[in-house]
Design a protein around this ligand. Sequence first.
Ligand code: TXE
Length: 484
Amino acid sequence: MLRILNYINGRLVEPMGGTYLDNFEPATGKVYSQVPDGDERDVEAAVAAADAAFPKWSRTPAAERFRLLMKIADLIDARADELARAETIDNGKPLTLSRSLDIPRAATNFRHFATAILHTHSETHVTEGVALNYTLRQPRGVCGLISPWNLPLYLLTWKVAPAIAVGNTAVAKPSEITPMTAYLLSQICMDAGLPPGVLNIVHGLGAKVGSAITAHPKITTVSFTGGTVTGREVARTCAPLFKKVSLELGGKNPTIVFADADMALTIPGTVRAAFANQGQVCLCGSRIYVEKPAYEPFVSRFVEAAKKLRVGDPLEPTSDQGAMVSKAQLDKSMFYVDLARKEGGTILCGGAPPTGLNERCRDGYFFQPTVITGLDDTCRVNREEIFGPVVTIMPFSTEEDVVAHANGTEYGLAASVWTQSLPRAHRLAEKIQSGTVWVNCWLVRDLRVPFGGMKQSGVGREGGDEAMRFFTEPKNVCVQVPQV
Ligand code: TXE
């Protein structure tokens, strides 16, 4: 049985407690590896390594940091097939998705920030006749980076890359449910020659390792992606310690389809937004609002497309949908489908695990793409994050109505609007309360733009300059200008 290790001070090491957690393969429901059951002692060692590495790393020239991060990206590319397979076995998503999205994006994350640090600029303010003010942006020290299970390597590297690119050192904790690609990243960092202590990865449970990271006095900055409930706990821990915190949390994202939308584009686009990664993307569009004249034909075509999605062994190239990440997530989707029935909804397709899985996957965590109608905004199914392949479709009459629907939950992460009227698209984008609004597309990501949510979808922004600003401290230097 493969036992993965922590990555501390440039070495792969056993957890100090000597205990391990079972790591399940979602497609089979069976244990396939073991992950360190880390605790505060491992976190202490990791923080000490990061703290010791910080002085030299923060003074390492940008050109050298650039070279090392680009080397990591190259090694990710070189091991992409292995990483994609590891991601799929660990997470349950189709291999085609791991290979086309998650792994290439991990390399891109490193390249984006490796190049960004070569082109930074700062501000100067002249106090006429008195002084010259310039802003120094300096690394903050040891960062705590906590990432979730839905896009394991993609979201881990989305934090690691900017944090160390600007000169911080880091202690990262991947989800205990999907630790494998983080372990392979440790090997890649060692092969790339990343100096010991710059990045440390401690595996284990959130309540033990995660909370030890957020509470550690030497960790100045915490970047967290996960559920809103846990995000609240992270914020509660960090606030009295005056840590800088970025929270990327859950969503209940509206998809808004007007009657004038190009349905040849909209149907596949909204189906992908609904069911990508088995609906386990915080940006997935799980509430679909369709303008009344187009409602019936849209529902019919959407259900037809959802039924065509092939749910199967994620290692098979023919599978469009793989397994959900855990039994808990599968049960959560089942719970909400049952709740939808009780709330008066109609299940038009899916609503249960598929039949016809191969022998290997008969005990896996699979669920069919599910479409529900007949519910309104007061129903829990339309208010709470399900984080599975379960969506609702509702009709709407006017722009004012649909804006009220879209903004009617505690979340505000993302939205998509499908229409061929440009003025209407801009009107909706301005009124919808979310950190991202896509128009006639979904999950198109330019890494330079601010990324994050509002309301209970999070605090702060990552991406591009926002990430560089989050992971640095601006200092104003004011120099008296001698009068001639
Ligand atoms: O996330 P958790 P879970 C949503 C989704 C899901 C729900 C819970 O609805 O059903 O969140 O998922 C670590 N201090 N999203 O349980 O618990 C944990 O070990 C510090 C949306 O997987 O938030 C893991 O590494 N860390 C989200 C990370 O936090 C703690 C993606 C996320 O785990 C901790 C995933 C603590 N007290 C789930 N407790 C998105 N926005 O993409 C746990 N952790």
